[in-house]
Design a protein around this ligand. Structure first.
Ligand code: ZN
Ligand code: ZN
Length: 238
């Protein structure tokens, strides 16, 4: 059974398998997080659309009669915002996302319209599944805002308004796609879905400079994340 598993004192992880449907590319894990603050819960990201029912069942099994107080979206890509429509319709949860990501959540903008210098992105964006959710953002977040005991860190490059969440008490950072941790080693976000790779590298360095012990990427079969040291070593090559 797919269950939320404890990662740090306040953070639980649900690991889903996402099939990108690219020839010879295996399914990759994608995380949905529950973060506890006093007696309320925040859901961070929602998996891909195909994960909606399994993700909602897992949340219900874990929280019982309680519901999360909100959804915080790290960014609105297909594999992170897929459950938004179901969750906002069925549970009426408010959606919080960075101010620069809000238009992609609400459907006023589309990642395929981003003006990019990256040849790989410009080739790929036509074949990538669009992620336009058409659900409103209840609260636009900005750098330094506090959410469920975590600091909002703006980490653009992979998308304009991607955020990481720094849980200072747990010394952990939910870093979304700033770093990936596939095959037991850190890597950059996928080039085919990253319109500004130079900015994405600056965001890696920004995270590496923070005070933490555990890096928690969304795409990470180990589930336990990576050490701050490995994140700093990886970011220092850029
Ligand atoms: Zn992404
Ligand atoms: Zn992703």
């Amino acid at each position: 059974m797919i269950e939320f598993r404890p990662i740090t004192p306040h953070i639980w992880r649900l690991n889903l398998q996402w099939d990108l449907k690219i020839p010879f590319y295996p399914p990759i894990p994608v995380a949905v997080w529950l973060v506890k603050d006093a007696d309320e819960w925040t859901l961070v990201d929602t998996g891909a659309p195909a994960h909606t029912s399994i993700m909602m069942e897992s949340v219900s099994r874990f929280l019982g009669a309680a519901k999360p107080s909100r959804i915080v979206l790290t960014h609105a890509h297909y594999d992170h915002g897929g459950g938004l429509i179901g969750l906002s319709k069925q549970w009426g949860l408010p959606i919080w996302a960075h101010a620069l990501e809000a238009d992609f959540v609400a459907g006023a903008n589309d990642y395929r319209k981003i003006d990019s210098q990256s040849a790989i992105y410009n080739l790929s964006k036509r074949i990538l599944t669009p992620s336009v959710w058409r659900v409103p953002v209840a609260r636009a977040l900005n750098e330094g805002d506090k959410v469920s005991g975590m600091d909002v860190i703006h980490v653009p490059g992979h998308t304009p308004g991607m955020i990481a969440l720094h849980h200072r008490a747990d010394r952990a950072i939910i870093c979304s796609d700033t770093f990936m941790n596939l095959g037991g080693k850190l890597s950059e976000p996928l080039a085919m879905s990253t319109p500004d790779p130079a900015e994405a590298r600056r965001s890696m360095k920004k995270i590496a400079a923070l005070d933490f012990d555990t890096l928690l990427p969304s795409h990470d079969p180990s589930e336990r994340g990576a050490s701050a040291d490995s994140a700093r070593r990886f970011a220092s090559r850029f």
